[in-house]
Design a protein around this ligand. Structure first.
Ligand SMILES: [Fe+2]
Length: 307
């Protein structure tokens, strides 16, 4: 870490590898937009747009991440919950906050700041997004993974973050990864208590965080107080390629064609990616001609309709 740096996110960039989990530090804990009163206002704006995800504190590490809001509903409004998060017994995520002009400026400030350093080894930053998690004491974020690279930063309160390597097939099978990229379903990801021993564990306090590469499984347990956390996420050329390949493997499996895991046969991957890219381009043109929406993963910001 560079003690003289005034960067918003600090990490050892000489050790940075886009596919390696790494601790980071940040300077956002006192940021005015991340204080409770401001988040209540943001919650009101996003709730009107259907961009709030919430569940009760009954969710456990093994709860289905996708189904948690349905399995363990939390019925209070965002404003009411955020204003009294200490007693709300709720997990609440403000989704795609870059859709809000005020918070897009924060997403830009942080990601523009690190972009030159990231792109030295991982070019093509796009599909940028911001996610704010406001959670009651002892709530749990169920075991899951996401497509984006993720800088997760602790703003207020304490959390324990468990992260597994994206290649750890004990934590997430190749099939689970293929299916997730093809369908966004996480149903083949199965939690087991013994997985804790294989995780990298971060005891996060305000000012601390972690970098989690695309599809690194993770699970989070709140401390005894309320917590505010913000994630800054993006795709790169490499994550888009990886996602396209996994998705293609899943579709080919459906046709009875089983391939070696992504990354095991680079020449096959290269050929598949080339052919798959052409198919996707044709599909996009056809969707446009049919007047259907197209959500290219190369867009500058994540689409708020898809998460
Ligand atoms: Fe996540």
């Amino acid at each position: 870490m560079d003690g003289e740096s005034r960067a918003l996110i600090d990490l050892d960039w000489d050790r940075f590898h886009p596919w390696r989990i790494q601790p980071v530090r940040h300077r956002l804990a006192a940021h005015p937009l991340l204080q409770p009163a401001q988040l209540v206002e943001l919650g009101k704006r996003l709730e009107r747009l259907g961009r709030v995800r919430t569940h009760s504190d009954d969710a456990t590490p093994g709860t289905s991440f996708n189904a948690a809001p349905r399995l363990h509903p939390h019925r209070k409004s965002a404003a009411e919950t955020l204003a009294d998060i200490h007693a709300a017994r709720a997990w609440m995520s403000l989704l795609n906050v870059q859709a809000d002009p005020v918070y897009r400026a924060l997403v830009d400030a942080v990601l523009d700041d690190i972009r030159p350093s990231v792109e030295r080894s991982d070019p093509g930053m796009c599909y940028r997004g911001g996610w704010i998690f406001v959670t009651s004491p002892r709530t749990v974020t169920p075991f899951h993974f996401d497509k984006e690279h993720n800088f997760i930063l602790q703003v207020q309160g304490r959390k324990t973050l468990y992260v597994w390597d994206h290649r750890d097939t004990e934590a997430a099978s190749e099939r689970a990864r293929d299916r997730f990229h093809a369908t966004h379903e996480r149903d083949l990801l199965v939690w087991r208590e013994e997985l804790r021993e294989r995780a990298q564990v971060f005891h996060l306090e305000p000012g601390q965080g972690a970098y989690m590469p695309s599809t690194s499984p993770h699970m989070v347990e709140n401390g005894d107080g309320p917590s505010i956390t913000m994630s800054f996420t993006y795709y790169t050329h490499a994550t888009r390629r990886d996602s396209a390949l996994h998705s293609l493997h899943e579709r080919l499996r459906g046709l009875g064609i089983a391939l070696a895991p992504v990354g095991h046969r680079p020449a096959v991957d290269a050929m598949l990616h080339h052919v798959g890219g052409s198919v996707r381009a044709v599909r996009h043109v056809l969707r446009k001609l049919a007047g259907r929406p197209v959500f290219p993963t190369s867009a500058p910001y994540a689409f708020t309709e898809t998460y």
